[in-house]
Design a protein around this ligand. Structure first.
Ligand SMILES: O=C(O)CCC(=O)C(=O)O
Length: 264
């Protein structure tokens, strides 16, 4: 057992040694059926209640519209059809159950150690009718913390994620690459801050199709992105990134942003 997995014992159920090996070999690991249906439905209801205005959103939470909606290229069929993501749900008592969920947290701790902070939270949404592709990128671009090996992303499918509705794609093994140059893709519609790795060879990507409740844990250097939703349904995922409290900002200063929350 690795030193980190050992130190995280007793802090929730961790990944198995084989899953930990797979994570370090491939840069990601899928845990099928991690989140039960009742919990998923509670989070999904909350997402809909927030977007459709049935509950008040905390001041820090942002409901971000897709660029095609914001620029008037597409008329949304409903408020849900307009939304690209909920960004920053740290102050929402229902959605913030996700990064505190022991099933997620125990596995995170077995990768980055027992003392963790949630550093970013999103519900990522792909409604039908908009482009919403996410170019292949490395999350380290957005979370410049080191050591990067003590940072991990989690992505839990709320709806089934398939190639047809824009599931995640990854390039296995790329977590060993340094942070590469990122550029805006040459696409007609690109959501804000959706940068992609310059000159990426997409022939090596694989598609990570997931059932509702499956969770993928992935390294911040892993090349990953997602395609367009070509169905008539929605594709939603709960996403949270975590870092060991021992991480520092690249360059050595201690880090802190308003979205960081120490998880007990
Ligand atoms: O959910 C998606 O479509 C992409 C998510 C992603 O790339 C991320 O969370 O870094």
């Amino acid at each position: 057992m690795s030193e980190i997995a050992h130190s995280a014992q007793g802090h929730g159920e961790g990944l198995t040694p084989a899953q930990i090996d797979q994570y370090w070999e491939q840069g990601f690991v899928v845990c099928p059926g991690l989140i039960d249906r009742e919990t998923r439905e509670r989070w999904d209801r909350r997402f809909c209640d927030l977007v459709e205005g049935r509950v008040d959103a905390p001041a820090s939470l942002r409901i971000v519209r897709d660029v095609m909606i914001a620029k008037g290229a597409v008329e949304p069929a409903s408020p849900l059809h307009a939304v690209n993501k909920i960004l920053g749900f740290e102050d929402d008592p229902v959605l913030f159950e996700y990064p505190r969920d022991p099933r997620v947290l125990g596995r995170v701790r077995s990768l980055v150690g027992p003392d963790v902070m949630s550093i970013a939270t999103n519900v990522i949404h792909k409604p039908p009718g908009v482009d919403a592709r996410h170019p292949i990128h490395q999350d380290q671009l957005y979370f410049p913390l080191e050591p990067a090996d003590r940072v991990v992303g989690t992505w839990t499918a709320i709806d089934r994620a398939s190639r047809e509705n824009g599931c995640l794609c990854v390039i296995p093994g790329t977590h060993r690459e340094p942070l590469r140059q990122h550029v805006l893709p040459d696409w007609p519609w690109v959501n804000k801050y959706f940068f992609g790795v310059e000159g990426v060879d997409v022939s090596k990507r694989i598609h990570v199709e997931l059932e509702p409740g499956d969770c993928v844990f992935f390294h911040p250097h892993l090349f990953h992105g997602s395609g367009r939703n070509r169905t008539t349904g929605f594709r939603r995922a709960m996403v949270a990134h975590f870092a060991s409290v021992e991480c520092k900002s690249v360059g050595g200063t201690s880090f802190q942003t308003q979205s960081f929350r120490r998880i007990e």
